[in-house]
Write a new protein. Sequence first.
Length: 173
Amino acid sequence: MNLIITCPRHLESDTEEEISGILEELGDSEPTITITNMSGILTAQTKLVPVQVVEKIKEMVLDEPWSIRYCSRIIPIQKVVETNIEEIEKEISNMSDQIGKKESYRILIEKRNSDISSKEIITKIANGIKNKVSLDFPDKIILIEILGIVTGISILKNSDILSIEKTKRSMSD
């Protein structure tokens, strides 16, 4: 998986159709889209660059707000590892060079179907990164999406995560 898509409960099939059409329009005619066993969560594997997919979908929403009806959030994933604190910590350590020397960061964990300790993950990762932490306005977000036995990891700017609702709301500001 290199995208996680959230949607309202019981609309997973409609969302699957919608994201499949969007990815095809963007140039991937054969994405693998999976409706997970978690309500309102789908994953997708696309040959397109996930962060660019999010950027293009954001443009679509700004051009035609009504064109996207089912997707709530679209989250790009850079690496997938087994849900295990050591694996997560090791992968983030390998990716941490994406955070510039003067950039601040925040660790964001979303857990589903897992009882792994968020506090323990945050402590281990924070000990390995010397940059300044900013909970309100970080330059980068270390995103850890735990979906049962697999975990998606990304180091992103806040704008790389697409919330359809927030994007639509920003148009009326």
